[in-house]
Design a protein. Sequence first.
Length: 313
Amino acid sequence: MHKKRPSSDGDSGSVKRACKEIAVDVPELAKSTVRIQDRKRVQEILQSIHNGGPSKLQVIADFDMTLTKFAHNGKRCPTCHNIMENSTVISEECKKQLQGLLDKYYPIEIDPKRTIEEKTPEMVKWWNEAHDLLISQKIQKDKLVLTVRESDARLRDGYRVFFDELKKQSIPLLIFSAGIGDVLEEVIRQAGVFHPNVKVFSNYMDFDESGILQAFKGQLIHTYNKREGALLNSDHFQELKNKRNIILLGDSMGDLTMADGVHSMENILKIGYLNDKVEEREAQYMDAYDIVLEKDETMDVVNGILKYITAKN
Ligand code: TMP
Ligand code: MG
């Protein structure tokens, strides 16, 4: 249900004050791409995270279409899987088949009328079929660097400030992706931002002794099983048990469960990029995410929030 803004005079007065304060603390929240259902709540979370300071903070971010752009100059940008699909390591026939899978399953992935329970088996089919196709191409490990270099992969504008600031403040960043770990690592390595504070949970390629792709390692991560992935990686969250304040960045309803493994969480601020089918999905996103960024290809708001949180009290 899409919650209505409070309507009584008293409430709307405090909401107005919250709106004012929030934009003073974080001027980027005044951007036209920003939608917030409950500004008072966001103000309170921001204040609490700010009070905790950088030493209590960790950031958990999805990769495809969250840290990377959805579109650039009107053209769609690739996901990790698309980077492989668009490259010369994949045959024309295989490209057609991967495109066919995307045409079939992507509308299901983003359909606001289907439940996650209904979508999950379809996502498992999509990922398994796509991975089988990639494996059939006998991809060589040493081609990955060039494949990424020649791709149209694009991190969001302002990504360098984001990654560098987290490193500078020793704030752990977990990139939790249903994409391909080897590919996403190469994207951030080539961008010069794969800093030591960055950890990745994703689907990793398994190469045989001669460096040919033969399988994918471990438990499959797709869009809607990130909760299970988070719970399986309890060691990571145990190490960060004192980082009880979370900023979560996602672009899918499945990304909302990425922080489910966090110990003794105190505050979480959920920021969601709404890239596609904006009108159809706005109500759902505004209910689920504290801050929704509509067709915003930048890290501006996130960087503004980090600046406020890490500023001295
Ligand atoms: P994410 O969790 O990092 O956003 O990665 C998942 C995205 O990958 C999801 O939005 C769908 C996309 N995807 C493709 O573009 N092609 C594919 O073949 C598969 C399996 C997924
Ligand atoms: Mg995504």
